[in-house]
Design a protein around this ligand. Structure first.
Ligand SMILES: Nc1nc2c(ncn2[C@@H]2O[C@H](COP(=O)(O)OP(=O)(O)O)[C@@H](O)[C@H]2O)c(=O)[nH]1
Ligand SMILES: [Mg+2]
Length: 366
């Protein structure tokens, strides 16, 4: 990584310098205010010092390195003792799982038809507590009606959280979540709906000043939609942007992902966004992640409060248990599901029947 220190009169100017020299892939490693010159600290000129870096490994070298990692050498054609060990462990795991499965069905009052249905929901990563609830409620159900009853049960549990909401209830809509889940893309999709379908006057704010290219990405969408965008580096910038957008119907706020394990990111969000304002905090999670990991992220973001959820990348996976878990179990409204990279088309507000049908698949003969 090439790392360089920049000193400039303001953050936007430092960003411009960095973008020109290091390109849009550069990341900000550190920034702090500086006072230069003056006497005894008086009349000192305010400056900012920014340390930025860019990965300079040429793309082809990275590809080669990746290839080297995955291409087996001719020597490993035969099964090595390491591989044998792994195969044994996998066998062991499979046996354990089957034993657990058998134990579960022995202790369960569920009919084979219900057990089959529970198993397919388990494969969707529907939470154990939700399955237990369903099993209790459907234990007495006639096997020929299990599918229909489960479908109704799921729809009924989800309905209060997916009622087709035409618009978000608050003026400020802030998307938060891990890097790469699709926050900026989703924000652009929703914003286009608000502009084109609902003829709303909207503006963008971005606090994602970590990756230089992120600001450009949002600016491009703003340009296409012909709406203003403000880049906020600190709380004062944010207050100023809010003042500027007083007369707007909706303000969409994009945030940096960073590593969700970094508490600093959440602290930074708290610092920048002042909550006296009506901010709808929308947690964006990718369905391609394991539900267990989604819950970990969800818990972390609960410290700023989560008002609703958006699930992205549904077209990349068949697993949709998170939609039932977050609504019924965590009682979170599910605002949208996204299903592709196309802005603005690949997004929809899911209905309860859509989720139930996707989770249960086609009805089979009992
Ligand atoms: N397959 C798929 N990709 C998506 C979807 N939404 C966003 N992406 C892609 O995910 C990548 C990261 O998106 P971005 O909006 O920059 O994520 P952010 O870091 O959370 O802001 C981009 O390549 C997007 O095109 C989706 O619904 N499906
Ligand atoms: Mg982004």
């Amino acid at each position: 990584m090439k790392i360089k220190r920049y000193v400039a009169p303001s953050m936007p100017e430092a960003m411009r310098l960095i973008r020109n020299e290091l390109g849009s892939q550069a990341v900000i490693l550190n920034s702090k205010p500086l006072r230069m010159g003056g006497i005894l600290g008086l009349f000192a000129k305010k400056q900012v010092e920014v340390v930025a870096g860019v990965d300079v490994t040429p793309a082809f070298q990275k590809k080669e390195a990746m290839k080297a990692e995955v291409t087996p050498s001719p020597m490993t054609e035969a099964v090595t003792s390491d591989e044998l060990g792994i195969m044994k462990q996998l066998d062991e795991l499979k046996r354990k799982r089957e034993a657990e499965e058998a134990e579960r069905s022995k202790s369960s009052r569920a009919t084979p038809a219900l057990q089959h249905l529970l198993q397919s929901l388990r494969e969707h990563e529907v939470a154990a507590s939700v399955l237990q609830h369903l099993e209790n409620d459907l234990a007495e159900t006639n096997p020929s009606e299990v599918y229909q009853k489960a479908n109704e049960w799921i729809q009924q549990k989800i309905a209060p959280y997916v009622e087709e909401r035409r618009l978000f209830p608050k003026k400020y809509i802030m998307l938060v979540g891990p890097t790469g889940v699709g926050k900026t893309t989703t924000l652009a999709k929703i914003a286009s709906k608000y502009v084109i379908e609902h003829q709303k006057k909207i503006a963008f704010i971005t606090t994602d000043t970590y990756r230089i290219g992120a600001v450009e990405q949002l600016r491009t969408y703003a340009y296409i939609l012909n709406v203003p965008v403000e880049v906020c580096y600190n709380r004062d910038d944010f207050k100023e942007a809010i003042r500027k957008f007083q007369d707007y119907d909706y303000v969409f706020i994009d945030t940096a992902g960073r590593n969700f394990k970094e508490e600093k990111y959440i602290d930074q969000l708290k610092e920048i966004v002042h909550y006296e304002n009506e901010v709808e905090k929308v947690l964006v999670l990718a369905l391609t992640a394991r539900y267990r990991d989604m819950v970990r992220v969800y818990k972390q973001f609960q410290t700023i409060g989560v008002d609703s959820i958006i699930l992205t990348k549904s077209e990349e996976t068949d697993i949709l248990g998170a939609a039932l878990n977050f609504t019924f179990h965590h009682q979170q409204p599910l605002a949208y599901i996204t299903n592709g990279q196309n802005v603005p088309d690949d997004i929809f507000a899911p209905s309860a029947s859509y989720i139930a049908k996707t989770l249960l698949g086609e009805e089979r003969d009992a």
